[in-house]
Write a protein that binds this ligand. Structure first.
Ligand code: SAM
Length: 302
């Protein structure tokens, strides 16, 4: 499967295009790490932000955000990423510690440092798929810190708009053993056909007892939120036009597709977890997060 549109490939690394969004999430995680009521700790995040030219001058600490939580970008949106990080940390750790899964796959891993910062069982393997240039930047920063992963880590350089299904078994992934998959902040950048291919590939490579979490946006017309505080401040403060990076074609029903393949699915709003954890974003008027859903899916054991 090869997508010919390639609308966001102008820049391949973290310097711009879709890759720079990995720095945006890293900055949010850095800020979260330094909050007194932090939901997630990522000591590596600020190093990515400080190392890249594209993120020059971005805050990495709450004290550098003049308007605090009132800032739509470095307040509310960063809180969103902090909450998402925590919820998905918990999901992955539950899968390995409570369900005994030993293969973890991070799709569109970006600058996710979970392999380095979470407590994994010693025999766990973490596969990270992103594009070569993003992974190279990540390795350059982590090598500079002499960072050591807490489990075996296998980076797999692939473009997820290509035919990537063979890459994982080729890198040592075992489709006959259960796995846990994370698709965090990725699907809205992919063309619909690549999303469907991804869901079908995860299903095909997943033994019974596997689990998947992914994030989708349900809005029919994302451009209706163009003037929302969140998109406006991201454009004006750091020059990232998220709507320009998203693939605006109608999205497939990936949760429904998995249910048709007999996975059990649970669909949550982020706000469900704000209530659960006592912090995080709450709904607001003209809310670019209104259609965001976090989907958790389990493939039954035979
Ligand atoms: N999952 C990471 C996190 O939450 O920190 C990164 C999220 S970042 C918003 C989106 C990531 O998806 C970037 O690292 C980008 O390089 C990656 N990505 C986007 N399109 C991709 C593609 N076609 N193939 C591989 N990776 C892609």
């Amino acid at each position: 499967m090869v997508d010919t549109a390639r609308r966001n490939t102008g820049v391949e690394g973290v310097a711009g295009g879709v890759g720079v969004t990995a720095l945006l999430v890293a900055a949010a995680r850095a800020i979260e790490t330094h909050r007194p009521d932090s939901l997630a700790q990522d000591v590596y995040a600020e190093h990515f932000v400080l190392a890249a030219t594209a993120s020059k001058g971005w805050p990495v600490h709450p004290k550098e955000v003049a308007d605090g939580d009132r800032d739509p970008l470095w307040g509310r949106f960063a809180r969103y990423f902090g909450l998402r990080t925590r919820v998905l940390d918990d999901f992955l750790l539950r899968s390995v510690h409570a369900e005994g899964v030993r293969q973890v796959v991070l799709l569109g891993a970006g600058l996710d440092a979970r392999a380095y910062r979470l407590d994994w069982p010693a025999d766990c393997v973490i596969f990270e798929i992103d594009r070569q240039e993003v992974l190279s930047f990540k390795h350059q920063v982590l090598d500079g810190l002499s960072a050591v992963p807490k489990a075996a880590r296998v980076p797999v350089a692939m473009d997820l708009r290509d035919d990537w299904a063979g890459a994982l078994p080729g890198a040592g992934f075992d489709p006959s053993a259960p796995s846990v998959w994370l698709v965090e902040g990725l699907l809205f950048y992919l063309p619909p056909a690549a999303e469907t291919y991804l869901i079908d590939t995860v299903d095909r490579l997943s033994a019974g007892g596997s689990a998947l979490a992914f994030e989708v946006k349900l809005e029919k017309d994302l451009l209706a939120y163009r003037d929302s505080p969140l998109y406006t401040s991201t454009r004006e403060q750091i020059g990232i036009d998220l709507l320009n990076l998203f693939d605006l074609a109608p999205r497939p029903d990936s949760a429904g597709r998995l249910a048709d393949k007999r996975w059990s699915t649970a669909v949550h709003t982020p706000f469900d977890f704000t209530h659960r954890h006592g912090r995080g974003p709450l709904p607001e008027e003209n809310d670019a997060l209104a259609g965001n859903r976090w989907v958790f899916a389990d493939k039954p054991r035979p």
